[in-house]
Design a protein around this ligand. Sequence first.
Ligand code: ZN
Length: 471
Amino acid sequence: MLTRNLAALTILMTLASAPSPTAAQEPDWSSARQETVGHLQAMIRMNTVNPPGNELQVAHYLDSTLKAAGIETHLFEPTPGRGALVARIKGNGSKLPVMIMGHMDVVGVERGHWSVDPFAAEIKGDYLYGRGAIDDKGMLAANLETMLLLKRHVVDRGGTLSRDVIFVANSDEEQSGEWGMGWLIANHPELIKAEFALNEGGRVRIVGGKRLYVAVQNTEKVPHTVTVTAHGPGGHASIPLAGNAILRLGRALAKISEYREPVQVNPTTREFFSRLAAVWPNRDERMAMADVASLDARRQQRGARVLGRTAVFDAVLRNGISATILQSGIRSNVIPTDATATLNIRTLPGQSIDGVVKRLERLVSDSLVEFKITSRGTDAPASDFGSPMFAAIRESASALDPSLTTVPYLSTGATDSARLRAWGMQAFGLLPFPLNQDDEERMHGNDERIPLASLEFGTKLVYGAVARVAR
Ligand SMILES: [Zn+2]
């Protein structure tokens, strides 16, 4: 109870110390709400399933909408049919630019499992349905509206921004990213160089019908691919051989299946669990979160045992090993000479994949089983959750709902933000729309939808954060 009161006090103090935006910056939200819905519907109706993407049509739409508002734009076609759009509202240059970004491509659909046309952008009840509604066209619509409002309600009324605000819409995020952020960094770095970036990758979670917390992704796990190959004598299956490669691989995998990497609490996960411990509804998990966030190794282990029952919590506490592919054999009556399993290993930031592989080699301890790192992810320093960008997001969230706790968050999935962080930017991941578990799981799934109230909330959250950091 004491911690809960302290958390409430912290929020009140944050509110009291945050100067409110000036009257000139406060937009007319009733028309902005309608406008955002209209832009999101228009973008959902442009089919940008990747592959092939065809994001250029959305880039043209954004280009003409921003231009009509008098905002500077740069439209590129990195390769036929793919688009990249960069827009900029100039500030007075007293601070470095801030960038807001989103991707225009979407993943495919299983039409038979949808109750509506995934590209009709139909409104049913309190929801807007469509592929991309929450990933990531909703964020594009919120970012677009933020640009329009900053231009109309700040710049056009004689106000100034302390930094340039850069808007980026890119392609190919759902596949290789070759024609997306990677292309922009390689070809037009001067257009997108910024101190801070707001990307996808966070959460505003609704638990038990109530908005509980804003998770702002400031770091992420690093994905690597490792193959495990067992070698053995080949031969006719009629004469069983003790060194059978498939069985040897099976023994190695059995050991790996029992193995867990050690618990590691970094500054982001410590802050994440210590803040969540103040508001989390379940008592056992709340205590476990406080244990994990403590500096006492025994308490950390105890907390990790409880939280480890929830797969996603376990995944943020240690390097994770998932077996994903098995390959061996050519015929049912031939003993193959080798058998390979592919492991997808996600290391915590700053952890060495070579170290993980060494531990696995020692564990398996078989000279005929060979580990190979076939691809290495991008390790990047975490963005600072003590920075003005993080504070602006927290203040914006608290102004919308004083009961919301804002926490830094390590995502298990990889995003374009790693590229940006490695390039020297402080990137933060938001999914600014309050969603319950069910709606969140529709991302990449069937009947993807966004609650209209959440679209409005998310637009206000992004606008409020950008207006504050560029004040
Ligand atoms: Zn996405």
